[in-house]
Design a protein around this ligand. Structure first.
Ligand code: SAH
Length: 344
């Protein structure tokens, strides 16, 4: 059993089946999810014999800290090693409203977006709910500050890891655990339509971000392979339905790639396709990734693009860049760590 991914009821049942007293389940749950202690040896109100039994029967499968970098703006990037030797990164950003963590959901990514670093090393595997939780628990301990907001915008495609991500969300919002507000969670997808529909049935109060990055199939096909499976019209239909079903505003991510998707015509086409939808557009001048041909749009272009959207009744903001001096900005979570001499 993967104890860190288990709900309180599942953990209690496993303890019962192993004839461990019921109050121990509550103690262990609190050590894990309230005190963020990920080693039985440190669970000091448990007898030593029980700690040993638990370590043998229910090993805690989670990340361990391998490195930490702090940017000049206070953004922190954590490098973690997974039990099987793979690596993931997460980023902690400080805002006026609190600390936000950008969590990875997979090792590598199979979506292949042309401008994104996560895709370069290929896809390794999905993360378990416990591994995702441990990204947050270890970060909170490392920074000694409460994390109040979560964005699922690190490495990987959250909706490609649907069940694990849903369980992660239910654990992290559990009032017996870290108790993060559902409204403080953003989930970002490159546009997996069937999973967007599955998500809308759950009526969660989280914010759905959709990485659109182009107003039409011609441009989107060139930069996002997922578009050949779920073209713009199909994606936007699902998004519209999502907003109607959940009454939640969708946030469209739009990375501005100079000369590719940043013309006045693109802005007008985007505005016309989003018209009437409960949504917001987040413009992000693309972060340069080694080996990628894309350049960020100029500040003047971004300004003009924003103005056209606004003039056409679409809310738009330009995302502030954080952590760029430590390669921690959007899409830059590509691991530079070497594993057994092999690059990953
Ligand atoms: N797979 C998910 C979440 C991970 S990426 C998704 O595609 O939404 C988080 C966001 O960063 C996405 O909007 C992604 O398109 C964007 N992104 C990736 N690489 C980027 C880059 N080099 N510059 C700016 N944004 C980038």
């Amino acid at each position: 059993m993967d104890i860190l991914s288990a709900s309180f009821d599942e953990l209690s049942q496993a303890f019962r089946e192993n004839s461990i007293q019921a109050f121990r389940a509550k103690q262990v749950w609190e050590w894990l999810h309230k005190h963020l202690v990920l080693d039985y040896a440190d669970m000091l109100n448990l007898p030593k014999s029980l700690r040993e039994e638990l370590a043998e029967k229910f090993p805690i499968s989670c990340c361990s800290v391998k490195g930490k970098q702090v940017a000049s703006d206070g953004t922190v990037k954590m490098l973690y090693e997974l039990p099987d030797g793979d690596y993931v990164e997460c980023v902690i950003m400080k805002y006026k409203y609190g600390n936000s963590i950008c969590v990875s959901t997979e090792v590598g990514c199979k979506m292949g977006c042309a401008f994104c670093a996560s895709t370069i090393g290929g896809f390794k595997r999905r993360l378990t709910p416990g591994e995702m939780l441990s990204e947050i628990y270890l970060a909170q301990k490392e920074t000694c500050e409460r994390i109040s907001h979560i964005v699922l915008m690190g490495m990987g495609e959250p909706l490609d890891n649907f069940d694990n991500v849903m369980r992660f969300i239910s654990l992290v919002t559990d009032e017996k655990g870290l108790n993060i507000s559902m409204r403080n969670i953003s989930l970002s997808t490159c546009g997996l339509v069937p999973e967007i529909r599955k998500l809308m049935e759950k009526h969660l109060q989280l914010t759905l971000s959709v990485s659109l990055h182009a107003p039409n199939n011609e441009i989107r096909n060139k930069i996002m392979p997922v578009n050949s499976r779920y073209p713009v019209e199909e994606l936007l239909d699902a998004c519209r339905e999502y907003t109607l079903k959940t009454s939640r505003r969708i946030s469209f991510e739009y990375s501005m790639l100079s000369g590719v998707n940043d013309s006045d015509d693109c802005a007008r086409e985007l505005a016309s396709k989003l018209r009437g939808m409960l949504c917001h557009v987040n413009l992000i001048p693309v972060n340069e990734v080694e080996g990628s041909p894309f350049k960020p749009s100029s500040p003047e272009r971004v300004k003009k693009f924003t103005e056209i959207l606004e003039k056409n009744g679409i809310n738009a903001t330009v995302r502030r860049k954080l952590g760029s001096d430590i390669d921690a900005s959007c899409g830059q979570l590509r691991l530079k760590q070497k594993k057994k001499g092999e690059s990953i």
